[in-house]
Every structure is written in structure tokens, then in C-alpha cells.
Design a protein around this ligand. Structure first.
Ligand code: K7E
Ligand code: CUA
Ligand code: CA
Length: 630
């Protein structure tokens, strides 16, 4: 490895090396503080470069080639960019609440969010677009909520969240990936933190017996189908391209509850899950349940005899887990180790059949790439790209050469290292979570941005950098500041997604609201009327630019008011809003959409409601009075 280290040093600037003198573990712990030393403004200028073969410029009036879906981290949302222009096109509220669209306020969104609507925060890390036979089919995007242990689905015909599930028996869903073939039947979710099972107040201090589980969610119904009890925790996960196997990294094989404890073992592990064997165990009744949940839980601990998991030792505290787009390897990113571990997926059948001596026999490469490898992406041409958090670099490397090197051949596998600014987490190349990886654009999602943008006080933006990977050399071409905090992104071709221009009147998104109207004897498309039901009042009105179907309605103080607005404008882009002043009531009503919102009229007086989506020359006049009688 010495020659490799020398080669790496030659590629890195002296300033970086000085910062990185310590061991990986110490460096990682000091990353936030040490980062300041790394980010000298002079260095940032020197490292800036441009002039890739491809242009990020999309001429005025032309459309981007790709959709990029960025997770919003602890903003709880998903953001949609056009790639390569990096124009932010849309934000999709998911786990957060949205002042503009009324997500979290409307009756439709509350139904979808279920009990968890009372949480106004989320921590969205891993967005993934559904598959058919390893290619993106553009039906759905799925995303996890680490903060409140949820998984959500977004419809990509309307770009709206349409299902949300709180996963039982686990705390903090972190790693999330989809079954890639034959289609996305399952969404796989890692429970990250170790907790007593069940977590009902018993066994609080029995930390040795804290456990977590791997969950499979039915992508169509969004119900949790089964869970697998594991040893250690679960960080990131990915699925293969056949539908047989998935794998997850574990940084806490120690079952520790302290930072020091989680770094004790020299090796942690990757758990490989055998999907067919898990399904068989469920079918055969070889499962238990935990607490109040009726989800089948299959024992996948090391002591289990169900043949559903294997634990492959890897260097300590790995992080990202990425399947190469040729379907050959699960790649576990070392984090505290300068290596990534390549697991040969083709050898997993033999491993589960008991035909290998040792779990490590499925490891076919362990290239040393640099300090702090976190995530890896692919170009479809045999090269992998790994972020080096501590080195603040992306390294391009040759996968087959890494395997040959592991076999003792004297070949180089590192192709190039490029500086990024600074401290990258995920990276993601165009189409690189599908077998269609096209090796055009690479994004490095960097955690620090000091010196790159106008200062805005102590809190800085994150910095997403765009790298042209279409040629032999990586070329940095663009910086995009992003707000807290894209962990991951997915980029699909624009032809892989088909959207509706206006809503269908029979869309399930608001079917329950239409059903409520039917029970009230109301046709929401023609009737403007008020229905009283005890102290519940339902106000039905239409909207046609520039007026609401009702210019006033009357309720009594203390009434619970539900306002249902149906937008009869069938013109693309003609969205109305409905906002009641001084009541915290706001929602979007896009063309042919029905939206509803429920609130208490708790103050007597006159309150204007108005359209808050600029729709017409007389948009300001599109208003009416809610008259609340004492
Ligand atoms: Cu590395 Cu949540 Cu995918 Cu952040 S995780 S970086
Ligand atoms: Cu309707 Cu503005
Ligand atoms: Ca560990």
C-alpha cells in the first residue's frame, strides 16, 4: 500500500495533508473544528476550476435533461432541480409543514400523515425513484424520516406526498433503498438506534439487549410487511439488481451507547439479507411479534438458524452502502478506515448455501482510497466515485483494477482525485442508482461551504458541487448553495417521469373530501353552500379566477369550520389559494383540485379570506368575508 499512499499524497495539496496528519478516527472526531483550518480562502480560490466538456448552461426557454430530487435533510422536504442548470423547480413538503401549499394544515395532508401530522419536523435523507427491471419507472419517489421514524411516498405524476407510514419497533429510519427488480415491491428501511424490545419502559438499562430491525415496506400499500431482528445497528442499505439480496452497514456492532463504545471493535460488519429466505420464514410462521405491533419479526441475529442473514466483517464504523450499477458489488464505505470493501454479489448464493469457509470469502476488493470514505457512485463505465469526507475530495477509481490489486496484481486503481468544498457526504451521478448510469454528471453534496458564497452569519449553507465526469478527467463546473441539508439525491432522465398538467377530478388524493360532500348532498363542482351539523360547519365553494363561489359565509364563534374549495379553472398553471386572515389557515388549490381545511372560528368579528396564489389581474380582489357571530 505504500506506493498507493505516495501516489495519493502527490495528488493532494500540502495544506490538506497538514490538516490530515492525525489518524482517521481522530480526524473524524475533530472534523468540525479541523475543517476550519482546511478552509483557507486562498486555497478555495486556487481549487476553483471550470471548463468541463459539457455545459451546465440550458438556453432560455429550454428544458433540462434530468430531474434531480434532493432530500431536504432536517428541513423535512424534497427539492426538485433541473439538471444540469441546477434551477430549483419545486419543493415537495413531506415531513415538514408548508405555509404555501398547506401541507400539514389541509385535511387531505393530515389524512396522509396520519397521527404523525402533529410533528412539524422531519429529517429526510434518502430519496429514491421506483424501478422496473433495474430502470427508473418514474411512478414514485420514496424517502425516509430519521427524526420521527417514518417513510413517505411521493407520486411523481403530481409531485405530491400520497402515503406515509410510521415504522414500528424501531427508532430513526436512516438507510432507505428500493427493490430494483423485478419491480419495486419493497421499500427497505434501516432502523438506526438500538432500543429495548419492546420499548415499553422495561429493560431500560439492559443495553446489551437493545436491538434494532430491518424493515420491508410494501411499496404499493405502504404497510410494513416484515421485519428482521439484527445484531448491531443499521446505518445505510442498498439492494441488488436481481431482487434476491440487500445489504446494510453497521457501525455499532459493539451494541454500545457511547461514542467511545461504538469505536471499540476493530471491525464492524455488513449484514446481507436473503429476501426469499425471509419471505419463506414468514410464510412458515417462523416469526414473532413485538409489543402492540402485528408485523412479523424474523430472527436474523447471528445465532438464528433461519438462514436469513450473514454478517460480513468490514473495517470499523462503515457508512455508505452502494450497489454498483453493473450489479456486481455491494460497496461498503469505510469512514474510519481509508478503504471501501467490495462484496461480490455473485458469491452470496454460496455463502447462504454454506459453501464458503468464511464470511470474508465474499470480499473481492478493499481498495485504499483516502481519508473518510462515506459514499460511492458510478458512471456505468467501470469507474466508481467515492467521497472522502476528511480529505474533502472525490476519488475516481477503477473497480476491476481494485479487484485485481486485491488478488495481488500490481495495478493502479486510483484514477483521479478532485478537491470539493468542503467535507462531502453523499455523491451521486446521473442515473447512478439504476442500470442506466450514463456517466455524465456527478454531484458532491458537501457539508461545509465557508468562503464559497456571500456570508450570511454563523449558519452557512451546504454546498452541492457539480462535476463533469463525461471525459477521462473529472472537472468541477458549478457550485450550488443548499439549505439544511441535502444528504442524498437521485437524478433521473426527464423522459422517465410523466406529470399531469391539471388534476383529474376522480383523483384519490381528494376522494375522501368528495365523499364527505356527497354525504352532505353537495356537488362540489356546482354548489356553493354552507352545511351546519351541530357546531360543525362545512363551507363548500368553487373558485374561478378571479372569484370564489362564495363572497361571504357566516358561522358562530366556537364553530369547527371546514372549508372545501374546488378550483374549476382547467387552465394549466392557474392555481388559487385559500387563506383566512388571522387564523393560520392556508392552502393550495391547483387546476381541478379540491382542497379542504378545518379550523376553529374562535373569535367573533369579520375575517377576510383571500386567494394567496397570484392568479389574475384581479387577484387582489379575489377575497370574501367570514362573518363570525358572537
Ligand atoms: Cu451519509 Cu443519512 Cu446517507 Cu448523510 S447519510 S451524508
Ligand atoms: Cu385566485 Cu389569486
Ligand atoms: Ca464500531
Amino acid at each position: 500500500m505504500t506506493d498507493r499512499n505516495d501516489e495519493r499524497k502527490a495528488l493532494e495539496s500540502p495544506g490538506r495533508r497538514r490538516f490530515l496528519g492525525a489518524t482517521a478516527a481522530v480526524g473524524m472526531l475533530g472534523a468540525a473544528g479541523g475543517g476550519a483550518a482546511l478552509m483557507k480562502s486562498g486555497e478555495a480560490t486556487a481549487a476553483r476550476n471550470s471548463g468541463g466538456a459539457q455545459s451546465t448552461h440550458v438556453p432560455l426557454g429550454e428544458l433540462d435533461e434530468y430531474y434531480g430530487f434532493w432530500s431536504g435533510g432536517h428541513s423535512g422536504e424534497v427539492r426538485v432541480y433541473g439538471v444540469p442548470s441546477m434551477r430549483e423547480i419545486m419543493r415537495i413538503p413531506v415531513f415538514n409543514h408548508c405555509s404555501a401549499s398547506g401541507w400539514g394544515m389541509t385535511d387531505e395532508s393530515k389524512r396522509i400523515m396520519g397521527d404523525s401530522w402533529r410533528f412539524t419536523n422531519g429529517d429526510a435523507h434518502h430519496p429514491h425513484v421506483s424501478y422496473t427491471e433495474g430502470s427508473h419507472d418514474g411512478r414514485y419517489l420514496f424517502i425516509n424520516d430519521k427524526a420521527n421514524t417514518r417513510v413517505a411516498r411521493i407520486r411523481l405524476d403530481v409531485f405530491k406526498t400520497d402515503k406515509m407510514v410510521t415504522v414500528p419497533n424501531v427508532q430513526a429510519v436512516h438507510g432507505l433503498r428500493l427493490q430494483k427488480a423485478p419491480r419495486t415491491g419493497y421499500v427497505f428501511a434501516n432502523g438506526e438506534y438500538l432500543i429495548p424490545q419492546p420499548n415499553d419502559g422495561r429493560g431500560l438499562d439492559d443495553t446489551e439487549n437493545y436491538r434494532t430491525l430491518y424493515s420491508a415496506i410494501d411499496a404499493d400499500s405502504m404497510e410494513v410487511k416484515w421485519q428482521v431482528l439484527v445484531d448491531g445497528n443499521l446505518d445505510n442499505t442498498d439492494a441488488d439488481y436481481t431482487g434476491k439480496y440487500t445489504a446494510s452497514t453497521c457501525y455499532n456492532s459493539e451494541n454500545a451507547v457511547t461514542l467511545a463504545g461504538k469505536m471499540q471493535a476493530e471491525r464492524d460488519h455488513v449484514v446481507v439479507f436473503n429476501i426469499a429466505n425471509i419471505e419463506k420464514a414468514v410464510r412458515d410462521g417462523n416469526f414473532t411479534t413485538i409489543g402492540d405491533s402485528d408485523v412479523p419479526v424474523v430472527d436474523g441475529r447471528k445465532t438464528s438458524e433461519l438462514n436469513v442473514t450473514r454478517y460480513i466483517p468490514v473495517p470499523k464504523n462503515p457508512h455508505g452502502l452502494n450497489t454498483s450499477t453493473d450489479g456486481k458489488y455491494f460497496i461498503a464505505n469505510g469512514k474510519l478506515s481509508p478503504t471501501v470493501t467490495m462484496i461480490d454479489i455473485a458469491k452470496l448464493d454460496d455463502l447462504f448455501a454454506g459453501q464458503l469457509q468464511n464470511e470474508r470469502d465474499v470480499v473481492v476488493g478493499e481498495p485504499e482510497l483516502g481519508l473518510g470514505p462515506l459514499h460511492t457512485t458510478f458512471d456505468g463505465r467501470g469507474f466508481a466515485y467515492t467521497t472522502l469526507f476528511l480529505d474533502s475530495q472525490v476519488v475516481k477509481w477503477n473497480m476491476e483494477n481494485a479487484v485485481r490489486h486485491y488478488n495481488g496484481e500490481n495495478v493502479d486503481y486510483i484514477v483521479q482525485k478532485i478537491d470539493v468544498h468542503y467535507q462531502p457526504g453523499h455523491n451521486h451521478a446521473s442515473l447512478a442508482e439504476s442500470k442506466d448510469a450514463d456517466g455524465k454528471w456527478l454531484f458532491s453534496l458537501n457539508k461545509f461551504s465557508k468562503d464559497r458564497f456571500l456570508p450570511v452569519g454563523p449558519l452557512h449553507a451546504e454546498c452541492d458541487q457539480m462535476i463533469d465526469i463525461s471525459g477521462d478527467e473529472m472537472v468541477l463546473v458549478h457550485d450550488t448553495p443548499t439549505f439544511a441539508e441535502p444528504h442524498d439525491a437521485v437524478i433521473v432522465r426527464r423522459d422517465q417521469i410523466t406529470t399531469k398538467q391539471i388534476w383529474d377530478r376522480d383523483d384519490p388524493y381528494f376522494a375522501e373530501t368528495i365523499e364527505m360532500a356527497r354525504r352532505d348532498g353537495v356537488n362540489v363542482e356546482t354548489d356553493n353552500t354552507v352545511i351546519r351539523d351541530g357546531n360543525k360547519v362545512r363551507v363548500y365553494m368553487t373558485s374561478v379566477a378571479p372569484s370564489f363561489g362564495l363572497s361571504e359565509f357566516r358561522v358562530k364563534k366556537g364553530d369547527q369550520v371546514t372549508v372545501v374549495v374546488t378550483n374549476l379553472d382547467r387552465i394549466e398553471d392557474l392555481t388559487h389559494g385559500f387563506c383566512v386572515t388571522d387564523h393560520g389557515v392556508s392552502m393550495e388549490i391547483s387546476p381541478l383540485q379540491t382542497s379542504s381545511i378545518t379550523f376553529t372560528a374562535d373569535k367573533a368579528g369579520v375575517y377576510w379570506y383571500y386567494c394567496n396564489w397570484f392568479c389574475h389581474a384581479l387577484h387582489m380582489e379575489m377575497a370574501g368575508r367570514m362573518i363570525v357571530e358572537a
